[in-house]
Design a protein around this ligand. Structure first.
Ligand code: FES
Length: 103
């Protein structure tokens, strides 16, 4: 697991937080990974290299999502949810990114 993600998860309170996934309000435990939060909100984020507690290094970038306020795509499996964050899983940029990344 990446050190930054470990630090973020250690600081998480596990209390429910609200965020937006694909323009829909969602509630997830503080510290949930973005793919888990998206799944709870009914959005699918594919993962390939991520295996919970086994391989959490975030290298394949198949799970890229857009986060409002960030100027680049982020690996969802390598980041946790934050209160009020807005995630987009189904934009054109997100759909094309894995193909561009592996080309
Ligand atoms: S699943 Fe591989 S980087 Fe996220």
């Amino acid at each position: 697991m990446a050190r930054a993600l470990k630090t973020q998860m250690a600081q998480a309170t596990k209390k429910p937080i609200k965020l937006t996934v694909d323009n829909k309000q969602a509630t997830t435990p503080d510290g949930a990974t973005i793919p888990n939060a998206c799944k709870a909100a009914g959005a699918y984020v594919p993962t390939l290299c991520y295996l919970k507690d086994i391989n959490e290094i975030g290298t394949c970038h198949i799970c890229l999502v857009e986060m409002e306020g960030y100027n680049q795509l982020v690996a969802a499996c390598d980041n946790i949810t934050l209160r009020g964050m807005a995630v987009h899983t189904n934009t054109v940029v997100v759909q094309v990114a894995p193909a561009v990344h592996t080309a």
